[in-house]
Ligand binder design. Structure first.
Ligand SMILES: *Cc1c(COP(=O)(O)O)cnc(C)c1O
Length: 409
């Protein structure tokens, strides 16, 4: 039996061990461990990478969201629209800022915020909208920016899963809204060896607010203008991230190549042909730039009888960075148990949508309120994907999925 882990960080680290070791040794000799030269350099590098003027290193991606919300002036009585199909931190940050998360449904093709549904939920108290570039596919940023313009909303792009993904005009996500947030949790596409995060933004005034908030509101030191937090990025993590940032484009290309191989292998196995509407198979050439993205469909594309697998889609003109390779399937839990039995690591991101989490019970949502989100929670399964994943491993994964359905599921 072959073993295929969901994620293998050791292969990647082995390849850069000498460089990481040298970077760590430099920091040890320098004797400066919090917000030193590597943090400043990483901030400049990621600002440039994102295509904005400012970047502020913080303790983690959750804090990046929290501090961006506070810098946007969000507080009690304000509403913030976000998806319920995302990691908890997206909405947890809203609640931590004292505001109310307002959950909108998702586009069934990309699993990102449905702008149509968000528009229905925008009201006089709405202050901010948080699109999440889930799994590495950009949200419909044209739609989000249009809606934000109509309602005077601040846009915070939760880019924890999508560093480097692009929209049809070629811009990278995180640099399109008023703020973008990155997470450097080890499993993210650009991962530290511990926690880390960053806020990026174009506006100098907003950047200054985030910079104050991460150091207890102090400027200069020991003179506190606002109530802030201790949310700083370690010098060691920044030094390691700078080494890894140089490889990010190659790693993203590796992820995209692995996604294209999955698509080919599933097609050869006679699975996943019922591609989501308005979507392109990974690796396909983008059509002319004038072709607009297909509009979201009203209903999720359910796995069809006889073809129980829906593959992840890439909307024309967008680039998906495949933080996850997430399929949607019949009899998900049984398939997951079968794959585990065969030595294949998988995960469900996410089994319970945020609007139905116990901690948000008082907000009054009920099952059925966000039908596309709830259907996705019951059907999605993320398969192993990382830049070093081999074709033999992928053949094995697809063979086990095909074997499950050939055996009657
Ligand atoms: C990982 C993640 C976060 C939080 O990042 P941390 O660094 O773990 O705090 C926020 N949003 C999304 C969508 C994430 O995947």
């Amino acid at each position: 039996m072959m073993r295929v882990p969901l994620l293998d960080l050791t292969a990647q680290l082995q390849a850069i061990e000498a460089e990481v070791g040298a970077a760590v040794a430099d920091v040890l000799r320098g004797g400066h461990f919090i917000m030193g030269a590597n943090v400043s350099a990483l901030e400049a590098e990621l600002a440039a990478y994102t295509g904005v003027a400012h970047a502020i290193g913080v303790a983690n991606g959750s804090d990046a969201l929290h501090l961006a919300l506070l810098a946007a002036g969000v507080g009690p009585g304000d509403e913030v629209i976000c998806p319920a199909f995302t990691f908890f931190a997206t909405a947890g940050a809203v609640a931590r800022a004292g505001a109310t998360p307002v959950f909108a449904d998702i586009d069934p093709v990309t699993y990102t915020l449905s702008v149509e549904d968000a528009a229905r939920r925008a009201g006089p108290r709405t202050r901010v909208i948080i699109p999440v570039h889930l799994y590495g596919h950009p949200a419909d940023m044209d739609g989000v920016m249009r809606l934000a313009g109509e309602h005077g909303l601040t846009v915070i792009e939760d880019t924890a899963q999508a560093i480097g993904a692009t929209v049809p005009d070629g811009r990278r996500v995180a640099g399109i809204g008023h703020f973008g947030t990155y997470s450097f949790f080890p499993s993210k596409n650009l991962g530290a060896l511990g926690d880390g995060g960053m806020v990026v933004c174009a506006d100098a005034g907003l950047a200054e607010k985030v910079r104050l908030l991460r150091v207890h509101g102090a400027s200069p030191k020991y003179y506190h203008r606002v109530l802030g937090y201790n949310s700083r990025l370690d010098e060691l993590q920044a030094a390691i991230l700078r080494v890894k940032l140089q490889r990010l484009e190659a790693w993203t290309a590796g992820r995209r190549a692995a996604a294209a191989r999955y698509a080919k292998l599933f097609a050869e196995a006679g699975l996943g042909a019922g591609a989501a509407p308005g979507a392109e198979a990974p690796g396909a050439e983008a059509p002319g730039a004038e072709a607009p993205p297909a509009p979201p469909t009203a209903q999720p594309p359910p796995p069809a009888p006889g073809d129980p697998v829906v593959l992840p889609a890439e909307r024309p003109g967008f680039t998906h960075v495949y933080h996850q390779y997430t399929i949607r399937v019949h009899r998900r839990d049984a398939l997951q148990a079968h794959l585990e039995h065969c030595g294949v690591g998988t995960a469900v991101y996410y089994p319970l949508p945020l609007h139905l989490q116990p901690v948000f019970q008082e907000l009054g949502y009920r099952p059925g309120d966000l039908p596309i989100t709830e259907a996705a929670c019951a059907e999605v399964l993320s398969l192993p994907i990382f830049p070093e994943l081999t074709e033999a491993q992928q053949e094995y994964v697809v063979a086990q999925v095909a074997g499950f359905y050939a055996g009657g599921g």
